[in-house]
Every structure is written in C-alpha cells, then in structure tokens.
Design a protein around this ligand. Structure first.
Ligand code: DC
Length: 218
C-alpha cells in the first residue's frame, strides 16, 4: 500500500495547485481525478451526447478507456490511447464532467483506476470523494475550501491572464451552480470526511496551505 494523501473540496479551492506542491515536496505522484472525469467528458462530447442523455452516457462508457501517464512529472490523460490532456481545461469539458460525473456507471469506470494507483504508489490524490469514498483509509485527509468570492476572483484572474474575456457575475453563478451539483448528487457527493482536516484557503497563501498539509504527513 502506498502512502496516501487525499484532498477534496469544491471547484477553485486551489486543490490542484496545492496537491502538486505537496506531491513535489514529498516526491509522491500527483493524481488529478477531476482530469479523469474530464477525459470521459471529452469522449461524450466527441460522440455528440447531451449531458442530460444518461442512457447515452452509460452506453458510451462501454467503449471509453481512460488511462493516465506522466511526462516530465506532469499528469497526462489518454482516451482510448490518444493523449487528450490539452483539451481538458475547456469550459465545455468542465461542464460536461460536472454533469456526467453523478452517473454511477461513470464513477464506477474510474474507481479501480484511482484505487490501483493509490495501492501501488505514494500519491497525493485530489477530487470530490477521495477521502469519503475512493480512499477511506487514506493516511491524511484534507477538505480544502475557500469562499465563493475568493474562488470566483481566482478563476477571473486565471482567465484574464490567459486573455479570455470573462464576467465576474457569470463566473460566480457558474461556481455556485457547480457546487450545488457536486454537493447534492446522490452518488458520492462532495462532503467533508469525518476524519478530514478542514482548511479554508481564502486568506492563506499557497505556501501556507502547503505547509499546513505537510505538517499532517509522516
Ligand atoms: O476538479 P475538476 O473541476 O477538474 O472536476 C471536474 C468535475 O468532475 C467536477 O465538476 C466534479 C467531477 N469530479 C468528481 O465528481 N469526482 C472527483 N473525484 C473529481 C471530479
């Protein structure tokens, strides 16, 4: 069994930035499970399936194979052998991932991949249900969050830095909608595991959050 650090929390809480830092400092592998859901979402979009077409999503799962690899330490996602990492951050892909991830067959498809990685390697794994469902025996569990305003501002800054035109109100509304969907779905909703440490990063720097998590580790 590897040493497992589970980090869950809502979109925009800084999970991936922090998880990457922690993984680097510990020499562990960073596993971004959101990217796996996004990988399947690319498959659904390529097959022109609408998010509300649950039957179509279940059928499409049958001929989708998502795998993970590393290039220069960076996680790559392969869909049926093709590296699709470059497509994962598109807005449409995130939206489809959020709408298709409640389907139990979608979650089942990725469960073994996530558990196998954690069994074989020391990992920092981030997502929504890692501490509660995927790795209930994880050595360290963190629930990382931040206020909606902080998360919206971070997303706004990120998009503006890329030169993307965006609207703060729209971003805030999208975040609230995604939170609601992730937290109220029937299968593996986002919630804090009883034994997870709660960290609100609203007024903390990346270094402070990383340090707080490293202190919890062996
Ligand atoms: O973290 P992210 O934004 O890349 O995740 C995309 C979507 O995938 C998110 O809206 C919810 C879903 N997801 C999930 O259901 N379970 C996970 N462990 C990770 C992500």
């Amino acid at each position: 069994m590897g040493y497992n650090i589970a980090i869950d929390g809502p979109a925009g809480a800084g999970k991936s930035t922090i998880a990457k830092q922690v993984a680097q400092k510990k020499g562990y592998i960073y596993v971004d499970t959101g990217a796996m859901y996004r990988g399947l979402a690319v498959h659904f979009l390529k097959n022109h399936i609408r998010p509300e077409d649950t039957e179509g999503i279940i059928r499409a799962c049958e001929d989708a194979s998502v795998s993970i690899g590393y290039e220069n330490g960076l996680q790559q996602i392969y869909l049926n052998g093709e590296n699709i990492t470059g497509m994962l951050r598109e807005e449409a892909v995130g939206d489809m991932a959020s709408k298709s991830s409640p389907v139990p067959e979608v979650r089942e498809k990725l469960l073994m991949l996530q558990r196998t990685l954690a069994r074989e390697k020391d990992v920092v794994m981030d997502g929504r249900d890692i501490g509660t469902n995927i790795l209930p025996e994880a050595d360290v569990k963190v629930y990382l969050t931040a206020s909606v305003e902080t998360r919206a501002k971070r997303r706004y800054d990120e998009l503006t830095a890329k030169g993307t035109d965006c609207d703060m109100e729209q971003i805030t509304a999208d975040i609230e909608e995604r939170d609601h969907r992730d937290m109220t779905r029937e299968t593996a909703p986002l919630r804090q595991a009883e034994d997870a440490v709660f960290i609100d990063s609203s007024n903390m720097t990346i270094e402070e959050v990383t340090e707080a998590i490293l202190k919890l580790c062996r």
